[in-house]
Design a binder for this molecule. Structure first.
Ligand SMILES: *[C@@H]1O[C@H](CO)[C@@H](O)[C@H](O)[C@H]1NC(C)=O
Ligand SMILES: *[C@@H]1O[C@H](CO)[C@@H](O)[C@H](O)[C@H]1NC(C)=O
Ligand SMILES: *[C@@H]1O[C@H](CO)[C@@H](O)[C@H](O)[C@H]1NC(C)=O
Length: 262
């Protein structure tokens, strides 16, 4: 079978939101594990498994440990704004680390996946700082409520413990094995976005729009890539990801979501 260009497929899968940072692997050697999943409070999401399953090269993973850990702590939805500041620091440190490792390969996938962090931590820093004191008081219960109705973390957890995903991790990454498990997660994202938008805007004016805009950044990047991909490639990805995910990678539906139409 015609092998799909790994970059594009990888980006689409990654940007489905199940992973934070990755690059398609050039080798299929079994990668050593990172110790970052041990002794961390937070949901039962195994970030190492996810990173390995999508084939992140080990030389990049050495830089990604701190960022993955910060992402995992953020998912506890406890003192979220403080954990988000940590995530911004980790993001800056990771950028430095990766800058010193240009031999690891192109960074476009990583940049796309972390574009939401770039947006909120750097580009829209001033807007974030304005809503931060209000969000600090209110955002935790909002995230927890929306998570209990949409099962976002339960999906991430199920994803990282699925036998096929674990097997993909063991063999150094296999995107098609991973793709099968994404659609339920896409449904959870689709459910959580309007939930968070509405509740955040209600208590901290405009904050919901900022959160939404930030979360949608990587999907914008993926949608742009998808629109440029060859038809065969688009079909292959669509088959793997189903309609539930296609919606999140579509330029038109993304524009609608930004107007609050879900
Ligand atoms: C994460 O998954 C890997 C296998 O992919 C396993 O070795 C490791 O113990 C897991 N970590 C936790 C905290 O479960
Ligand atoms: C939330 O985090 C604080 C410290 O960051 C900790 O003391 C507290 O126990 C945590 N609460 C929950 C419910 O995990
Ligand atoms: C994933 O999320 C969807 C949508 O909220 C939900 O129907 C499904 O039960 C969740 N799956 C798991 C394993 O949590």
């Amino acid at each position: 079978m015609f092998p799909p260009p790994r970059h594009t497929l990888a980006t689409l899968l990654l940007l489905a939101g199940a992973v934070w940072c990755s690059l398609p692997s050039q080798s299929s050697t079994v990668a050593p594990r990172l110790p970052l999943d041990y002794g961390v409070s937070g949901p039962n999401v195994n970030v190492s498994t996810i990173l390995s399953a999508v084939g992140t090269p080990y030389c990049m993973r050495r830089c990604l440990g701190r960022l993955a850990l910060a992402a995992k702590k953020l998912l506890a939805f406890n003192e979220t704004t403080a954990r988000f500041q940590d995530l911004c620091s980790a993001f800056a440190a990771t950028k430095e680390c990766l800058d010193a490792r240009i031999h690891c390969g192109p960074r476009n996938v990583y940049d796309a996946v972390t574009s939401g962090m770039e947006y909120t931590c750097v580009t829209k820093r001033a807007s974030f700082d304005r809503v931060e004191p209000c969000l600090r008081e209110h955002v935790d219960p909002i995230l927890q409520t929306c998570d209990s109705s949409c099962l976002l973390r339960a999906n991430l957890s199920a994803f990282s413990t699925a036998p096929t995903v674990q097997m993909a991790a063991q063999i150094g990454g296999n995107l098609l094995m991973v793709a099968k498990h994404l659609p339920p997660f896409c449904s959870a994202v689709q459910c959580a976005l309007p939930c968070i938008l509405e509740r955040a805007n209600a208590v901290c004016p405009l904050s919901g729009w900022l959160i939404l805009d930030s979360v949608l950044q990587p999907f914008d990047k993926a949608a742009a890539l998808f629109a440029k991909a060859p038809p065969l490639m688009q079909q292959l990805v669509r088959e793997q990801l189903s309609d539930r995910c296609a919606y999140l990678f579509d330029v038109t539906s993304l524009a609608d979501m930004r107007k609050g139409k879900f």
